[in-house]
Write a protein that binds this ligand. Sequence first.
Ligand code: NDP
Length: 295
Amino acid sequence: MFQLLDGKAISLQIKDEIANEVRGYTTKGMRPPHLAAILVGEDGASKTYVANKEKSAHEVGFISSVYRYSENTSEDELLKVIDFLNKDEETDGFIVQLPLPKHISEQNITNAISPEKDVDGFTAINTGRFVIGDERAFLPATPMGIVNLLQRYNIETQGKHCVVVGRSNIVGTPAAVLMSRNNAHANCTVTLCHSRTQNLADITRQADILIVAIGKPEFITADMVKPGAVVIDVGIHRIPDETKKTGYHLCGDVKHSEVDEKCSYVTPVPGGVGPLTIVSLLQNTLKAYKLRNNI
Ligand code: NDP
C-alpha cells in the first residue's frame, strides 16, 4: 500500500513554523521580512504564480510587494529597478518572475540580482555557492522542497539509488546535486537522465527514489518503476477537460493511475511538490532576513 506525500499539509506545517518565528522578531520591535517580486507583462501563469507567492508571504507575516511592468519595458529599465532593490534596506529578498519578454536577456537580468537577495537562487554566484556547499547559498526552490518533503516523512535516502529524469537548471540538475550531498538527508547514489539517455526505463527501474521533471504529461508508466520506489512527480500540466467546471484537469509527468500502487511513497499532482516550492521561497527570504540582521 502506497502513502501519498502530502505537500499541502507539510507546506502548512512549515508556514506555521515560519509565522511563529516571524512573530518572535516583530514582537521584539523588528520589521518583518520583506519579499518583493518583479512581474513583467501579462502572462496569465506568471500573474497567478506571483499572486500565490504574495498570498503565501502575507500568510506568514512577511511584507510583500510586487513591481509590475508592461510587456515593452526595456532591459535597461528593469536593470534600474533591480539596482534599486539591491540597495533597498527595506527589501530582504526579491525574485524576477520568468519567463521575460523575448527582447530582455533573462541571464543579464538574473545575474544583476545581488546574491544576498537572490531568494530564487538563480544567479551564477548563488549556483556556484550552492554547488560547493557554501552555507550562504539560497537553494533553488523546487529541489529544496523535494528534500524538505523527504525529510519531513523521514524517508531514508542514504545509500539509495536516486534517479533524476530531467536536467533543467531550476529542477533536475540542482535536485541531482542536492540528493548526492554528503549529509543525512541525502547521500544518494545519483543518476541524472535526459532526452538523450538510452534505455531510460532500464535506469528508472533501478531507482529507489525517482524524481521526474521532464514536462511531459503522464510520461512515466508502471513498467518504468521499481516496486516499492519513492516517486516524486515535479511535472504539472493543464489538460483540457470538458467534464470539469474549470475546463481542464491537472496531471503530472507520472501516470499515477497505474504507477501509484507500485510505490511506497508518491507525490500527488496537484498537492505534492508544488506547495513546497513556494514555501522554499519563504524559507529563503527568512534566511536572507536573518543574515542581514545577524540573527
Ligand atoms: P525543462 O523543459 O526545462 O526540462 C525538461 C528536461 O526533461 C530536460 O532536461 C529534457 O532533456 C528532459 N526530457 C525531455 N523529454 C525527455 C524524455 N523523453 N526522456 C528523458 N528526459 C527528457 O523543464 P523544467 O525542469 O523546468 O520542468 C519540468 C516539469 O516540472 C514541467 O512540467 C514544469 O511545469 C514542472 N515544474 C513544476 C514546479 C513545481 O513547483 N511543481 C516547478 C518547476 C517546474 P534535455 O535536457 O536533453 O532537453
